[in-house]
Design a binder for this molecule. Sequence first.
Ligand SMILES: [Mg+2]
Ligand SMILES: [Zn+2]
Length: 183
Amino acid sequence: MEPSSGLRLKAVLFDRDGTLVRDVPYNGDPDRVRPMPQARVVLDCLRAQGIATGVLSNQSGIGRGVLTVGQVAAVNVRIEQLLGPFDVWDICPHRPEDGCSCRKPAPGLIRRACRRLGIAPGEAAYIGDIGSDIEAARAAGVRGVMVPTALTLPAEVDAAPEVAADLRSALVLLLPAAGRSVP
Ligand SMILES: [Mg+2]
Ligand SMILES: [Zn+2]
């Protein structure tokens, strides 16, 4: 069934830390990457449906000088080894005080990903674990779904238009038939 907008879902974009993998602050060590529950099966379901996937992440550790671009790239390679290939990757390396247009809650990362995929914002969804993810999705005009963790602030959960308990439940919100077929 088509969503009410009339646009079909063509891409599901994800936050990285706390959404696809456990949040290890300023992690530069590939050996510390641990996928979140159901991440692999949900991603494989999307790929089987022909839906593009992407990872969009704030990595201010680079701008702060506590992480190198190479360390972040090594962690991202490990994530692809564990979770499979993504169609688009992008990070914001800036600090909050840099005032860039890509750091979430700004919409730059999401807008750029849609452009690179050749899709309209209305054809994408963004899944993240905190309020700034959902604000960025709203600002970019994409459907935002929050999958909170124990660390997500309750006020940010309350403010999210759509909340799912885990990644599989988020998939069911976006693609009910395919999502329910995921074990
Ligand atoms: Mg996160
Ligand atoms: Zn930025």
